[in-house]
Ligand binder design. Structure first.
Ligand SMILES: Cc1cc2nc3c(=O)[nH]c(=O)nc-3n(C[C@H](O)[C@H](O)[C@H](O)COP(=O)(O)O)c2cc1C
Length: 263
């Protein structure tokens, strides 16, 4: 597109030259110059046009090392599809404090209501602390005959997301945004995890000796995945409950796109 504009500009430059050379009325070259400047200003804004030509506020990078917007979208879609709740892990694979620290680092780039950034994380990697956290959690409410992973398949680490109530009593949706960033990050690292809301909040505060202003909101349990998870279409009965199939694979029904659209 930029090339096309350059050709148009060049065409007007030639017209300008002919007009000047053939002693056209004095105003014509000036008008051509003004028109040229408008085109050049318009062309300067073109980096903000999407590759498909439709307008977009996303900049397109011409750097070879960077993805185009379309590739970024596909990468994000792939990562989201891979980012499934995992509840069985290989407990022999340990996770370092540094790994969890880099996942918390991702949350710094999340949007934050009123930009308050009131969420803090308690990181649990130590085996003794893991043993204290595990009994406080409730796993897979739809599996009535499963109390959670057995010892060898328990998470190797936990991230306890807490609200700093000295900053606010309401974090709006910051908690969910940050959990999604953490879980996408863990998936990108080849790890698996599960967001857990059903847990003993008071027990967690006591077990981790959290200060009074620190309110546990969520637990993200993670480790090296030891189960396969697949997305499935919802059957005609509309049942959204996840289930394990004949091969012990965790299957998660998702509503079709058209069911999410109101118009
Ligand atoms: C806000 C929220 C709370 C959740 N709480 C629990 C929980 O307490 N225990 C659990 O085993 N899974 C929990 N999950 C995991 C969901 O069950 C899981 O996301 C859902 O079954 C869809 O599976 P998917 O994450 O693979 O798409 C929670 C997920 C979210 C987003």
């Amino acid at each position: 597109m930029g090339l096309l504009i350059s050709f148009i500009c060049y065409g007007f430059e030639v017209a300008d030259w002919i007009a000047t050379a053939s002693n056209y009325p004095a105003k014509l070259p000036i008008l051509i110059h003004i028109y040229n400047y408008i085109l050049i200003i318009f062309a300067a804004g073109l980096p903000y046009a999407s590759p498909s030509g439709s307008s977009s506020i996303l900049p397109t990078h011409n750097n070879d090392n960077m993805n185009t917007d379309n590739n970024l979208f596909e990468s994000l879609s792939l990562l989201l599809r891979q980012d499934r709740s995992v509840r069985r892990f290989d407990n022999s694979v340990k996770i370092s404090h540094e790994t969890l620290r880099s996942l918390v680092g991702l949350t710094r780039y999340c949007s934050s209501g009123r930009n308050l950034q009131p969420l803090k994380y308690y990181l649990v990697t130590d085996a003794r602390q893991c043993d204290m956290v595990f009994p406080l959690l409730a796993w897979a409410g739809y599996y009535k005959d499963w109390a959670g992973p057995e010892p060898a398949q328990r998470p190797a680490a936990y991230m306890v997301q807490c609200l700093d109530t000295r900053i606010t009593s309401n974090c709006l949706c910051d908690d969910g945004l940050q959990l999604q960033a953490i879980s996408l990050g863990a998936t990108a690292m080849g790890l698996g995890g599960c967001i857990i809301k059903s847990f003993n909040v008071a027990g967690m505060a006591t077990a981790l000796d959290l200060p009074g202003w620190c309110k546990p909101l969520y637990v993200y349990a993670l480790g090296a995945p030891a189960e396969k998870v697949a997305l499935t279409d919802i059957k005609s009965d509309g049942d959204i409950k996840y289930f394990r199939d004949d091969t012990d694979r965790q299957c998660v029904p998702k509503r079709p796109l058209d069911d999410l659209l109101l118009n």
